[in-house]
Unconditional design. Structure first.
Length: 170
C-alpha cells in the first residue's frame, strides 16, 4: 500500500510485516552462574579481577582493565548509590507487564555496594525530581525469582535521611 503525506510531494511506500522477534541467546557460563546464584540465593554477585581487584556487575569473564580471566564471584550489597540519572518522558513498554511504563520515570546508573561498575535500571520514586546523584537505592526483586534479567524489577529510591543539627546551648 502506498500513501501520500499531506502537504508534501513525497510518496512513502509502506508494508505491514508481522515478525517473530523471539530468539535464543547463549549467555555464557559467567552469566549462567550469575543467574543461578541469583535464583538460589537471592543475592547479586560480581566478578572480581585477581590482578587489579576491580569488581564487575554484571559479572564478566575477562577484566576490562587487565584483560585477565576472572573466575571469582563476590557477593554484593542489595543497596547502592545513584551515580547518574535521567528523567524519561517517553513511553516504553514494561518488559514484565507488556504495558506502557508510566511517565515520567527515572533511569539510574546504580553502583551497588561492593561493585566498581554500574547497572542502568529503573528507579522507583513517586516524584522523579526528588532523585539526586549520590542518593541511595535498594534492589527490589520479582517473586518468585526465575533466574533471569527480569528478576530485578527496579531499584527503590531511599530518601536521604534528614540530618539533625546539634544546637549550641552556650
Amino acid at each position: 500500500m502506498s500513501m501520500k503525506m499531506q502537504n508534501t510531494d513525497t510518496e512513502y511506500l509502506t508494508a505491514e510485516i508481522i515478525m517473530d522477534l523471539s530468539w535464543d541467546v547463549d549467555i555464557g557460563q559467567t552469566m549462567t552462574d550469575f543467574f543461578h546464584r541469583l535464583k538460589d540465593e537471592k543475592c547479586l554477585y560480581g566478578s572480581r579481577c585477581g590482578s587489579c581487584d576491580r569488581v564487575y556487575l554484571p559479572p564478566r569473564p575477562i577484566c576490562g582493565d587487565c584483560w585477565v580471566e576472572m573466575d571469582e564471584f563476590v557477593p554484593l550489597g542489595l543497596q547502592g548509590t545513584i551515580i547518574g540519572k535521567t528523567i524519561c518522558y517517553y513511553k516504553i513498554l514494561d518488559s514484565l507487564t507488556g504495558k506502557p511504563r508510566k511517565t515520567p520515570f527515572v533511569l539510574g546508573l546504580i553502583q551497588l555496594d561492593g561493585a566498581d561498575t554500574t547497572l542502568n535500571h529503573f528507579v522507583d520514586v513517586d516524584d522523579p525530581a526528588k532523585v539526586a546523584i549520590g542518593d541511595r537505592v535498594e534492589t527490589i526483586f520479582r517473586e518468585p525469582l526465575q533466574g533471569n534479567v527480569g528478576d530485578i524489577i527496579h531499584f527503590k529510591w531511599l530518601p536521604p535521611s534528614e540530618e539533625k543539627g546539634t544546637e549550641d546551648v552556650s
